[in-house]
Ligand binder design. Structure first.
Ligand code: SAM
Length: 291
């Protein structure tokens, strides 16, 4: 387990992932009944952007740094409000500067109502200690140290029978795409009506096509793929694109992403080949879901 998210915190992939997470949570809040957010690969929850690690890559400058430096058109500002509010809360007292970036646990936590629950899981021993410290004394947040793939099975279905699960593995080992297909299968088997957001990197478009084909064989009724490429893949490596697959997306999400994605593509692009799209991998008529 060598992956450290601090090198990447707040980059373009985090922007898309966290903006979508925030939109899904806001949709869950449109009903009064409690829900649970489950984060299977949580990281440390909050990142110091002045740290040596974050400064070394400076990835956040081309992610959240570009958004906070831009004047957002009103429609975009509305869509990004919950996400940017979570980022601002992490930077209270900074005079508008972005000094820290909230990871998915803090984004989720800052958007919960008093009745909602957050379950965050992180396997790395040091990171789990930091996560535990971050949420010490918080009765709404449970911190676990399981293998994330086991956490899916252990934590679903949530007691509330409403909620969203974020599966955000580091992709540092071979076979992660296959594990992600299996993870989505496990999540669906245990909590068919819940929303799952799963993240993956786009470096090799053939690997992504095979991943999507695997997902299309799953017995799910609603599975949406969201892609944001900030440049063409190149031999220089790095991360040219980011993808999310979302099972049971809230009905409001697609139209918001249709507006947001072209804006993110324009604002976050890093070279030629920037593009974005939404594709339904599965879209069968199914009973109305209570998410
Ligand atoms: N979700 C976080 C966010 O958006 O702020 C970022 C998570 S980072 C991409 C992936 C995390 O998974 C790392 O903190 C890593 O230590 C952890 N991890 C790696 N393998 C794991 C496993 N098998 N189970 C649980 N966590 C794991």
């Amino acid at each position: 387990m060598n992956y450290r998210h601090v090198y990447h915190a707040g980059n373009f992939a985090d922007v898309l992932k966290h903006a979508v997470l925030a939109l899904v949570i806001e949709h869950l809040k449109s009903k009064g009944t409690p829900f649970r957010v489950i984060d299977t690969h949580a990281g440390v929850g909050s990142y110091d952007l002045s740290s040596t690690e974050a400064q070394k890559t400076g990835e956040w400058l081309d992610g959240i740094g570009r958004l906070t430096g831009a004047t957002l058109p009103p429609g975009i500002a509305d869509i990004l409000r919950p996400y940017l509010m979570a980022v601002s809360r992490e930077n209270i007292g900074s005079g508008g500067a972005i000094l820290r970036y909230p990871g998915s646990p803090q984004i989720a936590r800052s958007l919960l109502r008093p009745v909602d629950i957050l379950a965050v899981n992180e396997l790395h021993p040091d990171d789990c200690v930091r996560l535990t410290r971050l949420f010490a004394g918080d009765p709404q947040t449970k911190v676990l140290k399981l293998n994330g793939w086991d956490a899916i099975k252990a934590l679903l279905p949530p007691k509330e029978r409403r909620g969203v699960t974020l599966i955000d593995p580091p992709f540092e080992e071979l076979g992660e795409f296959d594990r992600l297909v299996q993870g989505l299968r496990d999540a669906h088997k245990r909590f068919a009506t819940g929303t799952v957001i799963a993240w993956y990197p786009i470096k090799d478009e053939r690997a992504v096509a095979a991943f999507h084909a695997g997902l299309q064989r799953l017995e799910m009724s609603k599975l949406m793929s969201v892609v944001l490429m900030v440049r063409n893949p190149s031999h220089l490596g790095g991360l040219p694109g980011t993808g999310l697959v979302i099972s049971n997306p809230p009905f409001t999400l697609e139209s918001k992403l249709q507006v947001l994605l072209p804006y993110l593509k324009e604002t976050l692009q890093q070279g030629s080949g920037a593009r974005s799209h939404i594709e339904w991998l599965k879209r069968e008529a199914a009973p109305i879901q209570d998410t």
